[in-house]
Design a protein around this ligand. Structure first.
Ligand code: NAD
Length: 319
């Protein structure tokens, strides 16, 4: 176990539930750092793959939480999380199975309201609760370079920080329960809207006869500068590592952007924000995902904008 891990190691195991695209490599990094992990997934193939990658696994949730001091979840949605916490017909609830005082650490991306409900359920059951959604994607999960946005008490933040540092490189305490999820949806609201803005600007530039490189050289050094332009540039050429250079292979898939914008929209609505671009961006990305963009990088939205634009000849699009 690394020094950082050994100082604040949990006294029991980490029950790791959800060994999918993200959870699988995150569990591997915990194991490599010396943490005792008991991995479980409802899909047997995910358990087998995690086992092949060196993660100790168990066959059911009861075995996973037995002896655990931390229950880490990396699940598809808030519904999955709340069902897992409470239990369903076929599966015992995690909250009831865990020993009193267990720290429930949820890293899934879910609605802010669901995160607060999950925390309340955990606290009411005599446990501790932290929400810690991530950004950085599968590449970040494998490399241990995720960003964690953490909601919970200062004491619980200190308790989870060493294990988050094994899986990530930037760990931000955003405030109380649910505020990790809040930071995540706010950030992705900015990202979804800004990618549409950058894409519309490039298509307009094409129509006006600007080369991609000329627009990039100006905007990346001017007030149009943003991550969607300078890191994930939606046209091939100016940023060689952006997904546009590999036919929009993700990267960050359109389905996930649509999901995250839906979470942002739910938060906008339930908090009465007079937002106009957020709902529109959600509609745009849900259509993109439904019309073939689900598995493409979200910057592929530019191809939709271009395809739906008038087919007047552009004067010059080469970079
Ligand atoms: P995934 O679908 O690959 O993995 C989720 C896993 O959870 C699946 O293997 C599923 O079988 C398992 N699962 C469902 N219910 C379960 C239960 N009750 N007990 C145990 N396992 C259960 O999804 P993913 O890409 O790994 O994403 C996980 C979470 O991380 C999502 O909330 C997603 O929005 C978020 N996220 C994903 C990315 C990404 O790039 N993939 C990036 C940032 C955040």
């Amino acid at each position: 176990m690394s020094d950082a891990a050994s100082q604040d190691a949990p006294h029991g195991t980490i029950a790791f539930l959800g060994l999918g695209h993200m959870g699988g490599p995150m569990a591997v990094n915990l194991v490599k750092a010396g943490y005792p992990v008991a991995g479980f997934d409802v899909v047997p193939a995910a358990i087998e793959e995690a086992g092949r990658n060196g993660v100790p696994t168990v066959e059911n949730v009861v075995d996973a939480v037995r002896g655990a001091s931390v229950v880490l979840t990396m699940l598809p949605s808030g519904r999955h999380l709340l069902d897992a916490y409470r239990g369903t017909d076929g599966m015992p609830g995690l909250l009831a199975e865990a020993a009193p005082g267990t720290l429930f650490l949820d890293c899934s991306t879910i609605n802010v309201d669901e995160a607060r409900e999950a925390a309340r359920l955990a606290l009411d059951a005599g446990h501790r609760s932290v929400d810690a959604p991530v950004s950085g994607g599968v590449v970040g999960a494998e490399a241990g370079t995720l960003t964690f946005m953490v909601g919970g008490t200062a004491e619980d933040f200190d308790a989870v920080r060493p294990m988050l540092e094994v899986m990530g490189k930037r760990i931000v305490h955003c405030g109380d329960h649910g505020l990790g999820q809040a930071a995540k949806v706010c950030n992705n609201l900015i990202l979804g809207i800004s990618m549409i803005a950058v894409s519309e600007a490039f298509v307009l530039g094409e129509k006006l006869g600007l080369t991609h490189q000329a627009l990039f050289d100006v905007a990346s050094n001017a007030s149009g500068q943003c991550w969607a332009l300078t890191t994930n540039c939606p046209v091939p050429g100016p940023v060689p590592t952006s997904p546009a250079n590999r036919d929009y292979q993700p990267g960050f898939a359109g389905a996930l952007m649509a999901k995250d914008l839906r979470l942002a929209l739910n938060a906008l609505e339930s908090n009465g924000v007079a937002a106009r671009l957020g709902p529109l961006a959600t509609e745009i990305y849900e259509a993109f995902a439904a019309e073939g963009g689900a598995g493409r990088d979200f910057s592929g939205i530019i191809t939709e904008i271009r395809a739906k634009s008038d087919s007047t000849e552009s004067a010059g699009t080469d970079t």
